[in-house]
Design a protein around this ligand. Structure first.
Ligand code: UD1
Ligand code: CA
Length: 484
């Protein structure tokens, strides 16, 4: 158990987020590979709270299903009507007490739409709260533009006296740039007591959580504040402009972490990564690349330019350029692209190649095997050190079912082959260019499966007399006659 483990973290996420103009509830919008609320949950989990409660309301079925997928231990508390942040916290606490939980210690309240807030800032808030022995500690920040936020009102001695909502603030109060982040640490018992006293006589007719500060202060309790080191952390998302801004800021933070750990990012401005991506020191990312999901780059792997890798493992020293990959494994020293498309189930062995204009799906490619040009490899197993000729297609679909092709090791298949699955080609076999392979090829054989060539001599002179082609052919004939 950590030294300062909160009794509970309550995440407020019941609001509709009308300004997103979206069929998707606000907190389920994604930045850097996680929903807004998932970022908040991850930060909250860093405090290791005894209880993690998310207050849901608008579109709660979808939000609850999503939360269950994040962590089955999350307690969802329903707020049927959005009667304000104070009311929302009350619903959260009442859900716990309905479970028979009596909270003792610190309760942290945070919002589902502030995805940039880090666990370490939450930790600072909790530690300040405990060290100062406060009844409530509000996380504040100095922002360049405080429009819309609740303003922090301080007394002559500098202590926080109240929080005034933008809509309820005087001109003088509106000039204050220190704002309420919406994140608080409370003493659990004092919080539930004070929530019972919150009134609704304000512009919005809501129960404001912020009123708890004034109530506690008037009752003689200590009210404190912790100022966030970086005001950008408390950015709340209300519309898609702020969504894009938060994404950019988080992306910068993630890239900075990667660079400081030894990854070369050639152009941070055009490189986008998810929070779940991992990369080893001395991997390198070229401009215009997106690394998504569980993508991992091993040491000396090189990705980009202009590549999008999702849930893809890139082995040591592999080079992947101008490629789209999803659910692929790329072995050490393998070479992919430019212009390759690796779909789920692609497993490229060490030192193998998926070259230019090559698409693969559900394909196991052995060590050193090359598919260099203009090919589709679907539902296939290829052994080691085989070469697939340019412009080949693994014909895997008969219109109803997918079938598998197996090609052995050390094979050389000709250009422009069709492998009509199910079909098997043995080790060391060759196939002729232009073949349509419909029957198995035994090891070491050459398969030829194409029409015989037939030359009809003099056809051009007879059928296209006087044409440029006929003249060129005639000149060629004269040169041959004169022995030149
Ligand atoms: C709130 C604060 C404001 C602060 C700002 C920071 C209050 C009264 N105001 O204002 O001082 O500067 O956050 O972003 O607390 N929610 C519910 N149920 C409700 C109402 C809200 O769950 O009934 C949730 C929302 O989904 C959201 C959060 O609480 O996640 C904040 O609510 P919002 O309406 O955005 O509050 P603000 O007006 O932005
Ligand atoms: Ca808000």
């Amino acid at each position: 158990m950590s030294a300062n483990r909160p009794a509970a973290v309550v995440v407020l996420a019941a609001g509709e987020g009308t300004r997103m103009k979206s069929a998707t509830p606000k907190v389920l919008h994604d930045i850097c590979g996680r929903s807004l609320v998932a970022h908040v949950v991850v930060a909250a989990q860093e405090l290791d709270p005894e209880h993690l409660v998310v207050v849901v309301g608008h579109a709660r079925e979808r939000v609850c299903e999503h939360l269950g997928g994040l962590d089955p231990d999350i307690r969802a508390a329903v707020q049927h009507e959005q009667n304000g942040t104070g009311h929302a916290v009350r619903m959260g606490l009442e859900a716990l007490s309905a479970d028979g939980v009596t909270l003792d210690g610190t309760v942290i309240v945070t919002c589902g739409d502030t995805p940039l807030l880090t666990g370490s800032t939450l930790r600072t808030l909790a530690d300040t709260h405990t060290a100062e022995g406060n009844a409530v500690t509000v996380l504040t920040a100095e922002v360049p533009d405080s429009t819309g936020y609740g303003r922090i009102v301080r007394g002559a001695d500098g202590s926080v006296t109240e929080i005034v909502e933008h809509k309820d603030a005087t001109e003088a109060q509106r000039a204050v740039r220190e704002i309420n982040s919406g994140v608080f640490a409370f003493d659990a018992a004092l919080l539930s007591d004070a929530l019972g006293k919150v009134r609704t006589d304000n512009t919005q007719g809501e129960e404001y959580l912020t009123d708890v500060l004034g109530i506690l202060r008037e009752a003689g309790h200590r009210v404190g504040a912790a100022v966030a080191a970086d005001h950008r952390e408390i950015l709340g998302i209300n519309n898609r402009v702020q969504l894009a801004e938060a994404r950019r800021l988080l992306n910068e933070r993630l890239l900075e972490g990667m660079m400081l750990s030894g990854v070369t990012i050639i152009d941070p401005a055009t490189t986008w990564v998810d929070a779940t991506v991992t990369a080893e020191p001395d991997s390198l990312v070229h401009p215009g690349s997106q690394l998504l999901g569980a993508t991992h780059l091993s040491a000396h792997a090189e990705v980009g330019p202009n590549s999008r890798l999702a849930d893809t493992e890139v082995g040591e020293g592999a080079v992947v350029s101008n490629t789209v990959a999803d659910g692929a494994r790329i072995g050490a020293g393998a070479c992919v692209g430019p212009y390759a498309y690796l779909r789920p189930g692609t497993d490229l062995g060490p030192k193998s190649k998926a070259g230019t204009y090559v698409e693969m799906k559900n394909a196991q490619i052995g060590e050193g095997t090359k598919v260099p040009h203009l090919s589709y490899v679907g539902d296939a197993t290829i052994g080691e050190y085989t070469n697939i000729g340019a412009s080949s297609v693994f014909v895997n679909y008969d219109g109803e079912t997918k079938h598998h092709t197996t090609i052995g090791s050390h094979c050389k298949t000709g250009s422009d082959n069709m492998f009509v699955a199910p079909v098997t080609i043995g080790d060391g076999a060759y196939t002729a260019a232009g073949s349509v392979i419909t029957k198995d090829v035994p090891p070491g054989s050459l398969a030829v499966a194409r029409g015989q060539q037939r030359n009809i001599e003099g056809w051009v002179a007879r059928k296209r007399p006087g044409s440029a082609a006929a003249q060129a052919a005639q000149a060629a004939g004269r040169r041959e006659d004169s022995g030149k």
